[in-house]
Design a protein around this ligand. Sequence first.
Ligand code: PGA
Length: 302
Amino acid sequence: MHVTFRQLRVLEAVARQGSFTRASEELHLSQPAVSMQMKQLENAVGLPLFEQMGKQIHLTDAGNVMAGYARAISQQLTEATQAINDLKGVEGGTLRISVVTTVNYFASRLLAAFARAHPGVHIVLDVTNREAVIRQLQDNSTDIVLMGQPPRGLDVIAEPFMDNPLVVIAHPGHALAGAKNVPLERLGEETFLLREQGSGTRMAMQRFFEDNGITPSSSAEMRSNEAIKQSVEAGLGLAVVSIHTARLELDAGRLVTLDVEQFPIRRQWFVVHRTGKRLSLAAQAFWDVVLTEAGNSQAASR
Ligand code: PGA
């Protein structure tokens, strides 16, 4: 098979993005160039790699086999570059960090601490939800992830680094504001605003309510913590959020937390990487910064 590394790179991007257009944007190539590379790869393989259903591109069995190898080969090459840089003692390269939305509220502090000590490292930060960071761990397209509960069914190394209490937030004028030890069942009468499917906060909240046999109604679903907080402030309903996302509004008195039995839901944040991943020196240094810095601020907030 006469296959080039470039063709494999393009295939890897098309497979991940599920679209020629998005892959061409990511790789800064024209769409005809992407189609041409894929045509040549199909010729070299001797089987079709894609099938088109409407606008959506799907991989054939042969496409899936080749995409798996393409992923493994590009990861090996990235790791080889890192290994050589580490041998050269080069303080540089790119560090890919992905964090769930709630971590974003203090991720910049961790990044600043890291960047001060390692100015030569280029940091690429992705802020997204739980489902997306799990996908990135699966594809090995990120170095380090900061997230809630580590994923089951995926081999990862994970260390907890900070408490992440989930609280019920409300408008200060809400009937339950200021009430002490509200029975959990009382929440069954309330309307909640939900994060989108794939959010770890939503998953934790739904599991908690299910375990306790409570089914509050929900009025709306939103992709961001900011939208959730603003809607709660506007009196649209209650929400369960990480306390770290709402510090400013709580301090300013624009939101309050409700004192409900069994709340806060106790969670933790974890720093995570795939088992067997070869961490660059920069990635190892960032890992250490997370554990030290977060430990310091946890101790300070006690
Ligand atoms: P989320 O992350 O942004 O997916 O809700 C929070 C978490 O997993 O703790």
